[in-house]
Structures are given as structure tokens and as C-alpha cells.
Design a protein. Structure first.
Length: 172
């Protein structure tokens, strides 16, 4: 199966809405955070994603980020990744450079490993030499995905609510 990363575009509105609604109906947290964006005005949502990459219209203390959609040869969106161009203190502790997620019906098929691998290549293209990727300690699937992509464990971060965040570095 041929998989590739695509930048957000209005051309894939139908495919994205299918992805979005499946995730929304699952009731799971929307990860990465960019899939929480309301797609009801789809061109506006796409523009905001592309503007974020250029650092346009970001809230104070936010960093530029690039969003990509993992697609198959049928142009079905299987997952989303979001690459933060640099780290703030919060991203260093519990966000990392790359956030990613695979739609529920496509999990356990190796797509997360491929999505992270392709995202690492994009991060390298941005000049990020040491890439931080994190996951909750309870997320065994993400831990395995990160390790398969060369993640080296660093110290954990414990959030205020007691959630343990596992932190991994990948050399670019």
C-alpha cells in the first residue's frame, strides 16, 4: 500500500470530513490537537493550518507548526501529524515536536509507525536535529511506535493531574 503525507488542502474536504466525523463519533480525545479545529468552514480551517506553518495568527507563546494528512493511494485520510518547529517549556515537558494520530478503524495496521517515520523526515527537513516525541505512559501502542522509529527514552514528566508523560528523543 502506497502511503504519503499531504498538506491540508480544500481538494480533500470530503476525505477529511469522513476522517473527522469518524474520530468525533468515537468519543476519543482528538490527537493531535489540530483535529479539534472545527471544519464547518473548511476553506477557513485549511487556511488557518497553512498560516500556522508560517507563524501567522498564532496565539502568544505558540510556535509555528506544520500539519500533514497521512493518505493512501485511494486518497483516504488515515491519520494526521502535527510538527512543532521548536519547543517551548510546555512542549519540552509534555508535547514534543511531533503529535500524531490514526483514525480508529485503521489502527493496529502499522500506519502509526509509517506516519511517525514520514513526520520525522519532515521534521528533519525543517532543520530539527533532535526530535522529541512523547506519549502518555498508558499508551502502549504509541510507546511501541516511537521505539520502532528509534526513540531513546528520556526522563518522564508528571503532569499536575498525575498523568505520566513518557519522553523520547529521535536523532535527526
Amino acid at each position: 500500500m502506497s502511503l504519503f503525507l499531504a498538506k491540508p488542502t480544500v481538494e480533500y474536504e470530503k476525505e477529511y470530513l469522513d476522517f473527522y466525523h469518524e474520530w468525533k463519533q468515537s468519543g476519543e480525545p482528538m490527537i493531535p490537537w489540530v483535529i479539534e479545529k472545527d471544519p464547518s468552514d473548511f476553506p477557513r480551517m485549511v487556511k488557518s493550518l497553512l498560516d500556522s506553518e508560517k507563524g501567522i495568527g498564532l496565539p502568544e507563546s505558540w510556535v509555528p507548526d506544520s500539519t500533514y494528512w497521512l493518505m493512501d493511494e485511494n486518497q483516504r485520510i488515515l491519520g494526521v501529524s502535527n510538527i512543532r518547529h521548536r519547543l517551548t517549556e510546555n512542549l519540552y515537558n509534555c508535547g514534543g515536536h511531533i503529535g500524531y494520530g490514526i483514525r480508529q478503524t485503521e489502527r493496529r495496521k502499522g500506519f502509526a509507525t509509517k506516519l511517525l517515520n514520514l513526520s520525522i523526515e519532515k521534521a528533519k527537513g525543517l532543520g530539527i536535529e533532535r526530535i522529541l516525541v512523547v506519549c502518555d505512559a498508558s499508551n502502549i501502542g504509541s510507546k511501541k511506535t516511537i521505539l520502532k522509529n528509534g526513540g531513546v527514552e528520556d526522563h518522564d514528566f508528571v503532569e499536575a493531574d498525575g498523568n505520566v508523560v513518557k519522553r523520547y528523543w529521535i536523532e535527526g
